[in-house]
Design a binder for this molecule. Structure first.
Ligand SMILES: C[S@@+](CC[C@H](N)C(=O)[O-])C[C@H]1O[C@@H](n2cnc3c(N)ncnc32)[C@H](O)[C@@H]1O
Length: 343
């Protein structure tokens, strides 16, 4: 059964600085950003709303979202007052309101080193063609897509080339870059390919490459994480037998070969991995709140799902400050173009 879009604006509205973006001034984008922002976005494969969190902080208005996962939909609705639709394959384009900006972090498992690298041979990879269907029908002015870094090299670069060609054939100016959340203030090494596309031609896109100072790990670790997050003595001793840390606090990472390293930041959170592969100081798992903070979600994002669901959701999400920096530039680039045309 189809769900209908409900807009309730539950949480505080626009232009709120994210907790992990301290020291930054509110950004003025576009012409007229008030609560009634004229810039409307949709959030496909929305998860728990990393795109929504970033877009809302810039004063944009979410008008549609979808995700097949019921728990994600509940968390999204609870926090953003917008009830996502379900499976994108069942959505009629007529159900999607007109919008200026299409955001989508389409499923990455088919392209990820954690997945089987099947790409477009995997039915989840073909979900890109659902995006194509929606873009063709709705022709939004701006598009921002996100996926794993491995998409760049997948199938010798052919998968990404296919996506870029598809966007260009639909009349879009498109470009991509691999960006790392570490450069956007988060103590989280998370590399993602970001694709931007514009319906109107632009000369070039000014990718945000400046580094924001990294929030120290100590600022986002919980003071009293609770005993349930500590690993067994056996696991703790096994880690300490293989590794001596050079700093505290640190996040210990165990790779597939069983080698352990530690850093003043977290390696990429993952949705499906054993939750022992990242350990704070070699002795406890990250709490769901810490994982959300590592993605840049502010603490007023309310956790309503259980620990295991929230860990999966945070592992699947996008780094909010990184997306915010991109959206800011995308909107400015599109507006500049409009201004130039008018002149
Ligand atoms: C990489 S995650 C995107 C996370 C999101 N950007 C966020 O910030 O939380 C991909 C999402 O696609 C959803 N998904 C997978 N297949 C889908 C489908 N057929 N229709 C709608 N959503 C789907 C998954 O449930 C998952 O939440």
């Amino acid at each position: 059964m189809r769900r209908k879009v409900i807009e309730m604006k539950k949480r505080k509205s626009s232009a709120r600085l994210l907790e992990f973006e301290t020291g930054r001034v509110p950004i003025q984008v576009g012409h007229n950003h008030s609560d009634e922002s004229p810039i409307r976005f949709i959030d496909l494969f929305c998860g728990i709303g990393g795109f929504h969190e970033a877009a809302r902080s810039l004063g944009l208005t979410g008008v549609f979202a979808c995700d097949i996962d019921e728990e994600c939909r509940k968390a999204y609705h609870h926090n953003y007052g917008l009830m996502p639709y379900g499976d994108i394959r069942e959505i009629e384009v007529d159900d999607i309101p007109d919008h200026d900006l299409l955001c989508a972090g389409f499923p990455c498992q088919p392209f990820s080193i954690i997945g089987d690298m099947a790409g477009f041979a995997d039915s989840r990879g073909t979900l890109f063609f659902e995006l194509e269907r929606i873009i063709m029908a709705k022709k939004p002015r701006m598009i921002v897509l996100e996926n794993v870094r491995q998409l760049v090299s997948h199938n010798g670069g052919k998968s990404l080339a296919k996506i870029m060609l598809s966007l260009r054939r639909m009349g879009y100016w498109a470009d991509y870059r691999v960006l790392n959340a570490l450069n956007f203030g988060l103590p989280h090494k998370r590399e993602r390919v970001i694709i931007v596309a514009f319906r109107d031609n632009i000369d070039s896109f000014p990718w945000p490459i400046r580094s924001m100072p990294m929030k120290p790990l100590s600022a986002l670790l919980e003071k009293s994480p609770g005993v349930k997050h500590f690993v067994s003595e056996r696991i703790r001793l096994s880690r300490f037998a293989r590794h001596t840390p050079k700093m505290t606090p640190s996040i210990w990472h165990e790779n597939k070969a069983g080698n352990v390293s530690s850093h003043p930041f977290s390696c990429a959170l993952r949705a499906g991995a054993s939750y022992n592969y990242l350990l704070v100081n070699g002795e406890r798992r990250l709490t769901p709140r810490e994982m959300l903070r590592l993605q840049g979600f502010p603490d007023d994002f309310e956790i309503i799902c259980n620990d295991s669901q929230t860990r999966k959701q945070a592992g699947n999400s996008v780094p909010v400050p990184m997306i915010r920096a991109i959206l800011e530039r995308v909107i400015n680039a599109a507006n500049c173009q409009i201004e130039r045309k008018r002149a």
